[in-house]
Write a protein that binds this ligand. Structure first.
Ligand code: HEC
Ligand code: HEC
Ligand code: HEC
Ligand code: HEC
Ligand code: HEC
Length: 217
């Protein structure tokens, strides 16, 4: 017990409330109606999973590209978590007797999907879209950290409004070539020159939304 009556996230709500009131009473109603999501802000959050799937093994040591499994990440708002069939492309031959893969084999037989537990989860009143980021050259590692070194996925960043806005105001500091978005170790020694070249190729400056309705639609 730390003696606090309210969890830490409620103080964030309190800090932002005057801002929200300035932005319009209707929005506050929407926020209250959907409820707050304390898990959003918990850096380190790492729920247990029905199968001990390791990104360190598959994406790190085996070098599989993120998009082999999260194949909608460039196309849509959501990055799909792969269905059982994707795993069975290999596991119908590899480790077929493994006890930790029993739920996978059962899912393949019954057609009932594995129920993975969500790690990252924004409240519904905040709009996020993977495609809009990944196809502009924002790397997975900027928001999810070194997933390729994690046995169990954990939340690396505080997914707060301030975090989104920080990058939206300085996006040229992190932008990279689009073909490097899933590369976890990519680096450049001249970010300013790269950003200028990418702006020229794109034909416009980056303009991520900083107005309320950009993210609260
Ligand atoms: C072999 C398939 C596979 C590959 C390759 C893979 N993932 Fe995953 N990923 C999964 C599965 C299954 C889950 C759900 C279970 C879990 O959270 O560990 C997941 C979960 C995640 C999550 C958490 C989702 C949530 O609930 O919030 C993130 C973030 C993620 N992956 C990012 C990546 C990145 C980045 C890469 C490339 C470096 C990658 N993944 C490569 C299969 C894969
Ligand atoms: C491209 C092939 C491939 C795909 C696709 C794949 N795996 Fe694997 N997986 C492997 C290999 C190879 C190993 C074994 C590595 C070793 O033992 O050295 C492994 C090992 C594992 C293990 C450890 C098994 C044990 O008994 O130690 C688990 C759990 C696992 N995979 C889960 C999954 C899940 C869940 C998916 C789908 C989201 C998946 N894998 C997709 C190739 C794959
Ligand atoms: C600009 C930040 C950002 C980038 C870049 C990013 N993600 Fe995410 N990701 C998020 C946020 C925020 C969520 C939670 C979304 C929600 O709750 O609606 C999330 C959720 C996920 C999930 C869970 C399913 C979902 O869509 O909610 C997976 C899987 C995932 N990301 C994989 C990836 C992969 C793979 C990449 C790179 C190809 C990537 N992400 C790039 C911020 C990012
Ligand atoms: C690491 C940098 C980074 C982070 C973190 C980030 N964004 Fe972005 N965001 C961008 C960039 C770059 C663009 C693309 C702007 C452009 O195309 O001009 C963008 C675009 C967007 C757009 C416009 C999408 C569209 O359809 O036009 C929305 C909405 C958005 N971001 C929401 C969010 C939210 C919500 C978060 C936090 C959960 C977030 N972003 C975190 C860099 C980031
Ligand atoms: C770049 C995206 C983005 C923009 C622009 C943005 N917000 Fe947010 N906002 C978020 C995200 C993401 C959350 C959820 C974070 C969380 O759970 O605390 C959030 C949460 C909130 C909350 C709930 C308070 C809380 O701490 O949970 C309020 C109120 C709010 N925003 C008001 C506003 C107002 C008013 C504006 C315009 C001045 C605005 N937002 C602009 C992304 C954004």
């Amino acid at each position: 017990m730390d003696g606090n009556l309210f969890p830490a996230w409620t103080s964030t709500v309190r800090d932002l409330l005057p801002l929200a009131l300035g932005g319009g009473g209707l929005f506050v109603l929407v926020v209250v109606a959907f409820g707050f999501s304390p898990n959003t802000l918990s850096v380190g959050y790492s729920p247990d999973q029905p199968i001990p799937f390791s990104h360190k093994l598959h994406a790190g040591e085996m070098g599989m590209d993120c998009r082999y499994c999260h194949n909608t990440v460039e196309l849509g708002a959501k990055a799909a978590v792969p269905p059982t069939e994707t795993c069975m492309n290999c596991h119908d031959r590899i480790h077929t007797e493994s006890p930790v893969l029993a739920p996978l084999r059962e899912s393949a037989e019954t057609g009932k999907p594995i129920e993975w537990n969500r790690v990252h989860d924004l409240p519904d009143y905040a709009y996020f879209n993977h495609s809009a980021h990944v196809t502009r050259g924002v790397g997975c590692v900027e928001c999810h950290g070194r997933i390729d070194t994690m046995n169990e996925v954990r939340q690396e960043k505080k997914l707060s409004m301030g975090w989104c806005l920080d990058c939206h105001r300085n996006a040229d500091d992190i932008i990279r070539p689009i073909d490097q978005v899933t590369n976890m170790t990519w680096e450049t020694d001249d970010q300013a020159a790269l950003a200028a070249a990418l702006t020229a190729a794109r034909g416009r400056e980056l303009a991520p939304p900083t107005n309320c309705s950009g993210c609260h639609r």
